[in-house]
Design a protein around this ligand. Structure first.
Ligand code: KIV
Ligand code: ZN
Length: 518
């Protein structure tokens, strides 16, 4: 934590679970959203936007369950400017210790004419009625003018004044299409704060998309002009090119306090953990050279840099790896390590497992230590995450034998446990992965199509575990599954089966209304 009383506080509003989930293909299960919300709460974000309750039953359930679980942060639900949306958001938020309704409507000429097909005066009236309705449920109401950066200033000032008068406590000005530049954004916030007569009665907020790669710079420019809330996502997830990245914002505030004298309550040492979690859950890899959380963000390759680093780390490092929670990869233990040492290691890594789960994980650790010379923290992490992710699965991989090689046809013999029954099938395919997936299809008939198949190595070396992510799509529903094993084909089968398990759960949930909000 970096709280410094001499600095102005900037509230961090995390929208990974709402705007972040709007990244094409990035859908998360309820359990995954809860896992992320728990870490966000622990890391000290001020507000968690947990979803858009009217958009689907899944979103409603996510906002409800996050509301019940979160201890410290304000939980927020999104709503368009209509009674049904606002009532549904209020219903989903009713268990939250602290809740916020976030209502929005477009105010730019383009959006009003083509998207809403409403006259400006109708939009103006909707601002007042939506904020008033939301205030009937909570005194913490945020109002957003969608496409704010392409809105005429006079109209925006009128709407902002009306929203504050109706009771909005936060005014968010989204750069919905990532169009603005820092100087312009600075002037926009300055103008609003100067011209709107009751501007001192609300907190101003920036919500920037990254279409031109300026989301973080634009957000910080808004802060310099008086905004005191930034809306952002982990790893910069979000529609199209994404949203402003939370980790970049909080590290910029922490590292450049000399020119940005503002403070956030985020414990930056949780950044690496939450970044990995979001990337794993969504199967969205983090680009190697991504600021703060990229694999290379703290790596020094050239001889000159390495030499400087050895003499004094500050020569080439403006932040320490520890400040973002990056630890030296440490050698854990081998096949002779005992139960007690392994449990202690898990506790150090932040895992609290029940007895049965521990027994299963320990058995898998022993197996792994037999196959792999060195077992690292990352191996243990992959193994435990894999075990937790598959604990409730109805379909499980029991055995797989694959004949691969240049000769062809490649053949897979697979046994799955389906609702406690073992079923075995043998299939050929165009390569060993295809043969394996065909065998899964032969056992569990389904029409989902494969959208993504991604393999990465957990550690270095040819004996490394392979972590596979698979994304399946069926009737517009997407699910992501993961699997880890030293055998890439076994990981692939596990990942596919994990996605299938999630699909079964999703099939049971129906969508009342399909909505889109950027
Ligand atoms: O980008 C945007 O305009 C949004 C609003 C719904 C706040 O996400
Ligand atoms: Zn947005």
């Amino acid at each position: 934590m970096t709280n410094d009383n001499s600095k102005d506080r900037v509230y961090i509003f995390d929208t990974t679970l709402r705007d972040g989930e709007q990244s094409p293909g990035a859908s998360m299960t309820l359990g995954e959203k809860l896992q992320i919300a728990e870490v966000l709460d622990e890391m000290g974000v001020d507000i968690i936007e947990a979803g858009f309750p009217i958009a689907s039953n899944g979103d409603f359930e996510a906002v409800t369950e996050v509301s019940k679980m979160v201890k410290n942060a304000v939980v927020c639900g999104l709503a368009r400017a209509g009674d049904k949306d606002i009532d549904r958001a209020a219903d989903a938020l009713k268990h939250a210790k602290q809740s916020r309704i976030h209502t929005f409507i477009s105010t730019s000429p383009l959006h009003m004419k083509f998207k809403l097909q409403m006259e400006p005066e109708e939009v103006y009236e909707a601002v007042i009625s939506s904020v008033t309705r939301a205030r009937g449920y909570t005194d913490n109401v945020e109002w957003s003018c969608e496409d704010g950066t392409r809105t005429e200033h006079d109209f925006m000032c009128r709407c902002v004044e009306a929203a504050i008068k109706a009771g909005a406590t936060t005014i968010n000005v989204p750069d919905t299409v990532g169009y603005t530049v820092p100087e312009e954004h600075f002037e926009l916030f300055t103008m609003l704060r100067q011209r709107v007569p009751n501007s001192d009665k609300a907190i101003f907020s920036a919500h920037c998309h990254n279409d031109l790669g300026m989301a973080v710079a634009n957000s910080l420019a808004a802060v310099r002009a008086g905004a005191r809330q930034i809306e952002c996502t982990i790893n910069g997830m979000g529609e199209r090119a994404g949203n402003a990245a939370l980790e970049e914002i909080v590290m910029a505030l922490r590292t450049r306090g000399d020119v940005l004298p503002y403070d956030s309550s985020v414990n930056t040492e949780v950044i690496t953990r939450v970044s990995k979690l979001v990337s794993n859950v969504t199967a969205f890899p983090v680009q190697y050279n991504k600021a703060i959380v990229g694999k290379n963000a703290f790596a020094h390759e050239s001889g000159i840099h390495q030499d400087g680093m050895l003499k004094n780390a500050e020569t080439y490092e403006i932040m320490t790896p520890e400040s973002v929670g990056l630890k030296e990869s440490s050698l854990v233990m081998g096949k002779h390590s005992g139960r007690h040492a392994f449990r202690t290691k898990l506790e150090e890594m932040g895992y609290e497992l029940g007895d049965n789960q521990f027994q299963d994980v320990f058995a898998r650790f022993k197996d792994l230590a037999d196959k792999k010379k060195h077992v690292y923290d990352e191996d243990i992490e992959a193994l435990v995450d894999d075990q937790i992710a598959h604990a409730d699965d109805n379909i499980k991989v029991v055995a797989l034998t694959v004949i691969a090689g240049t000769g062809g046809p490649q053949k897979a013999t697979l046994t799955l446990e389906v609702d406690d029954r073992h079923i075995t099938k043998e299939c050929t395919g165009d390569g060993p992965v295809d043969a394996t997936f065909n065998a899964i299809k032969a056992i569990v008939d389904h029409s989902a199509s494969l959208q993504l198949f991604q393999v990465s190595a957990v550690t270095e070396g040819t004996d490394a575990q392979a972590e596979v992510s698979v994304r399946l799509e069926e009737d517009g529903k997407t699910v992501t599954g993961r699997g880890a094993d030293t055998d890439t084909l076994v990981s692939s089968a596990k990942a596919y089966v994990s996605a299938l398990n999630k699909l079964m759960v999703k099939r049971q949930k129906t969508k009342p209304e399909a909505l889109a909000a950027s």
